[in-house]
Design a protein around this ligand. Structure first.
Ligand SMILES: [Zn+2]
Ligand SMILES: [Zn+2]
Length: 339
């Protein structure tokens, strides 16, 4: 049994793990497909608020149950792994917000993650498994977790399907755009200063804008989107470093979907614009179990088109190679499809 560990900052290595013993009520999952997220990369390079070392990385993955001791799951079932262990009892859990659980443990952060051949779930951890209906899936199924995070974000923003502006055309920006297209928003605009990210692996029907955030306002005005943006979603750390309120429609909303980096998290916002335009500012981190189950269904039933991705696929032991690829922005998404 193999796993990919982050032993210390900057040191990713493949190693062996012990054969697990499946407890009564639990199940053993053989990993089938996983995805490397930029957050994994960030953890290797600069650490993360929720990271505890040494750690098996990875929080985006799907597998197959090979030993079930739980009546709700059978051997051979495909399961998506909700990336957290939540208590189910605290105020947040009781109100459906498992991502805010007071004692949340996140796979790949403060619990061992999905970059391993097998994951053992005890009886109390079975709430992290979501049963998939089919018997075989392609690589795209590994995107359930990032899609669920986008769904969680959309739910926190205003549900007015007008014009959305996504800043950053990386993997998550592209998944977010595909989700809004599948929900039939009037217009989905994606901005990036890197022309390569706009030219490749972007969903059909979105409006790409090549611009830095600093130069964005005049570009949007020229396109006729002055005071017509209903929803702003930053999918990169600099995504809100511009006076977004100047082009927003009254009643619009802004989703703080990406955090800042390098301790630079302060933002100046025009209070009067938020006040008079009645803008909503919402934060989003991770995804609730319910959104994760919805994302599982959407992907399992092909209700979203993510075929624009040109995945770079690696074996489990080649995670470092995949991370280098991501670091160099040579691909949007790296998938592990051989364990
Ligand atoms: Zn992720
Ligand atoms: Zn809880």
């Amino acid at each position: 049994m193999k796993a990919v560990f982050l032993a210390e900052e900057g040191m990713v290595e493949a190693g062996q793990t012990l054969a697990p013993i499946v407890e009564e009520g639990g199940a053993l999952v053989e990993m089938k497909v996983a995805a490397i997220c930029r957050t994994d990369l960030k953890m290797v390079v600069e650490g993360h608020r929720d990271l505890v070392l040494p750690r098996i990385l990875g929080h985006e993955g799907v597998g197959q149950i090979i030993e079930s001791r739980n009546p709700l799951f059978r051997n051979g079932d495909w399961v998506a792994i909700y990336p957290g262990l939540f208590c189910g009892k605290c105020f947040s859990c009781r109100t459906g917000h498992t991502a805010r659980c007071e004692s949340l443990k996140i796979f790949g952060f403060n619990e061992d993650g999905v970059f391993q051949t097998h994951m053992n779930f005890g009886q109390k951890e079975m709430g992290s498994l979501v049963l998939l209906p089919g018997t075989h899936y392609d690589e795209t199924i590994a995107l359930i977790e990032p899609l669920a995070c986008c769904l969680s974000g959309v739910r926190k923003g205003r549900d007015r399907k007008g014009t959305a502006l996504i800043v950053g055309a990386g993997a998550v920006g592209s998944i977010f755009a595909a989700l809004l297209k599948s929900e039939r928003w009037d217009q989905v605009v994606v901005v990036d200063k890197d022309i390569r990210r706009l030219k490749a692996e972007l969903p059909m029907g979105v409006e790409p804008i090549h611009s830095s955030v600093k130069a964005l306002i005049p570009v949007l005005r020229k396109k006729g989107w002055d005071h017509e943006i209903d929803f702003v979603v930053p999918c990169c750390p600099e995504g809100l470093n511009w006076p977004f309120w100047e082009v927003m429609r009254p009643g619009g909303s802004v989703l703080f979907f990406s955090g800042g980096i390098g301790g630079n998290t302060m933002l100046s916002v025009d209070m009067n614009a938020v006040h008079y335009l009645e803008l909503s500012l919402a934060g989003s981190y991770g995804c609730d179990k319910e959104d994760f189950a919805s994302a599982s269904n959407i992907l399992a039933e092909n209700r979203i088109d993510l075929s624009f991705f040109d995945f770079y696929c690696v074996r489990l032991e080649d995670v470092s190679d995949g991370m280098e690829r991501l670091k160099g922005h040579r691909t949007k998404k790296v998938i592990i499809n051989q364990f």
